[in-house]
Design a protein around this ligand. Structure first.
Ligand code: GUN
Length: 286
């Protein structure tokens, strides 16, 4: 079998185009959705991610701001910025770009973002809503994977799905969304013994551990759909996912490439969450 590519650029564009009438409707009510990104220190990858988010806002006509803090800023300084943005009526979404410098606690500071503006979906309130089966603002990469599954018309109800990775940002929320759609979900980690025993039984495999070659072709069930969330820089400077693309695409029916796969969806889902947050702001105000 030769897998067909699941093209993140095409699916993300469709998702973004579906936001345009919602943005126009908000505009008619005098609201431009606004996103604020907080960037602490000078992590090169974070610079690129935030630039992509700002560009996506500008392409859609959303307002965006980047708040930069120095590598040595204190937790109190960071929380002051977050609280100011929590109260800014022109900002509907706030995100704290991770990772933070080591002296800052990501969980404690992220928790200061108001749940109504938490467009990353990392707050306990928003994660709890997802666990309860009533999602509000949910983590963007997980939303992106689910949008790809839907776009491809992949049957989820009754399917066996394996999620490799248990992060709050990706693994856990993706597993919860698949459960909500009726899949039988196994969550594996980098520590799982005999990972192939699990992945070989799955029609849907999502890999998010940050280690190249975690899943290879012989570990997949023929015809499975593979979603590769990893973005790893190899020794030769090339970018690779967590799935061995060459061997996996000989066994899978469909697969996401890296780059050009799930990564595009994360930004599109962030835009969708920002629009949703602005709509909820309007609903509270009216
Ligand atoms: N760093 C890497 N991915 C993400 C993300 O989705 N959100 C935030 N806030 N930081 C990140």
């Amino acid at each position: 079998m030769k897998a067909t590519l699941i093209d993140g650029a095409v699916i993300a564009r469709k998702l973004l185009d579906r936001l345009r009438p919602r943005i126009a409707a908000l505009g008619a009510r005098g609201i431009t959705p606004g996103l604020a990104a907080i960037l602490v220190g000078d992590n090169a990858a974070s610079e690129v991610y935030v630039r992509n988010k700002v560009r996506a806002c500008s392409d859609l006509g959303l307002k965006s701001e980047v708040h930069r803090l120095g590598e040595k800023c204190t937790e109190a300084e960071l929380i002051t910025v977050i609280e100011k943005l929590n109260h800014d009526p022109l900002i509907h979404g706030v995100l704290l770009q991770l990772p933070l410098p080591r002296h800052l606690d990501a969980e404690r500071t992220t928790a200061c973002i108001s749940a109504a503006k938490d467009v990353d979906g990392f707050s306990w309130e928003n994660l709890g809503a997802l666990v309860a089966g009533h999602p509000r603002l949910a983590p963007c990469t997980a939303l992106g994977v689910m949008a790809m599954i839907e776009h491809e018309g992949i049957a989820v109800e009754g399917a066996n799905a394996v999620v490799v990775g248990r992060s709050v940002a990706v693994g856990k929320p993706t597993a919860l969304m698949l459960i909500a759609r009726g899949a039988t979900v196994t969550v594996c980690t980098s520590k799982t013994r005999d990972l192939a025993r699990h992945t070989r039984d799955a029609e849907i495999v999502v890999v998010a551990v940050g280690k190249p070659g975690t899943v290879t072709g012989p570990m997949l069930k023929p015809g499975a759909a593979g979603f590769d969330v990893g973005i790893n820089r190899l020794a030769d400077g090339k970018i690779a996912g967590d799935v061995d693309f060459v061997s996996a695409s000989a066994v899978a029916s469909r697969i996401t490439p890296v780059p050009g796969g799930v990564g595009r969806m994360t930004v599109a889902a962030l835009m969708a969450n920002t629009v949703t947050a602005a709509e909820q702001f309007l609903a509270r105000r009216s």
